[in-house]
Design a protein around this ligand. Structure first.
Ligand SMILES: [Zn+2]
Length: 247
């Protein structure tokens, strides 16, 4: 990520309150960054919303679905007028209204092993805002191949989890979850998706601006019913099919 170019006066005004915190150089880094968000659902909406507001210069968001009424309890970028619209397109329109200084690219496609590499492209970081292990394994494979970080998030009911993967340095997604669990639509309360999505967006901002410490080598577990966070360690698997050759 380069950080070339000065912020113009409109950007300085818009980002004033965060420039007080991170400064122009870090803000320029956000502007020069490309973030790939896989999924425009319960996680993808808050991730995309906060990254656009923060000034990530290029957001690529991919989802294959159209907005349905059952999405509206948690997919906060949509409203009743969005129903029937492609989710990625609806997100793009909403984000461009929020922040015209950034570029948002909407992709309506299935993310799998044959498409993931092309869709991710040269993104600086990948956000896993999906809801299934097949897609997560595909994203992890691309992250390991491209040596770019992957911020995993998942929700179920009042519970959620986040882990940031730095391929070659930390446990990858496959190290953490070698076997997919049984699948099926999970119950979700909207606030869980919001909290987990925001932790993911926060990881992206910290990574790009090189601030704080990331949730690496461990998994953050959120329990919304007790409002507590726990961390469980996640070790690299020396025999991992995805990352064993990475140093
Ligand atoms: Zn691994």
């Amino acid at each position: 990520m380069k950080s070339s170019g000065m912020l113009d006066s409109a950007e300085k005004e818009r980002y004033k309150r965060q420039l007080m915190l991170i400064g122009d150089e870090a803000q320029s880094r956000l502007r020069e960054a490309t973030v790939f968000i896989a999924g425009a659902g319960g996680l993808g909406c808050p991730v995309a919303l906060y990254l656009a507001a923060a000034g990530i210069g290029r957001i690529v968001i991919a989802d294959m679905d159209r907005v349905e009424i059952t999405n509206l309890n948690r997919q906060v970028l949509f409203d009743e007028t969005s129903i029937g619209t492609e989710k990625s397109v609806a997100v793009k329109e909403r984000l461009q209204r929020l922040n015209p200084h950034i570029r948002v690219e909407a992709i309506t496609a299935t993310i799998d092993d044959s498409s993931a590499g092309t869709l991710v492209g040269s993104a600086d970081i990948i956000v896993d805002a999906t809801d299934n292990f097949t897609t997560r394994y595909s994203l992890n494979r691309v992250a390991c191949r491209n040596a770019v970080p992957l911020v995993h998030g998942a929700v179920c009911g009042f519970d959620g989890q986040v882990a940031t993967i730095i391929p070659g340095k930390t446990a990858c997604f496959k190290c953490m979850f070698p076997h997919p669990p049984p699948t099926g639509p999970a119950p979700v309360i909207g606030t869980t998706a919001g909290i987990i999505g925001m932790i993911q967006a926060n990881e992206v901002i910290k990574y790009i601006t090189a601030r704080g410490s990331l949730i690496t080598g461990q998994i953050l577990l959120w329990d919304g019913l007790s409002a507590t966070i726990e961390y469980v360690p996640a070790e690299r698997d020396p025999a991992c099919s995805e990352c064993r050759q990475l140093r």
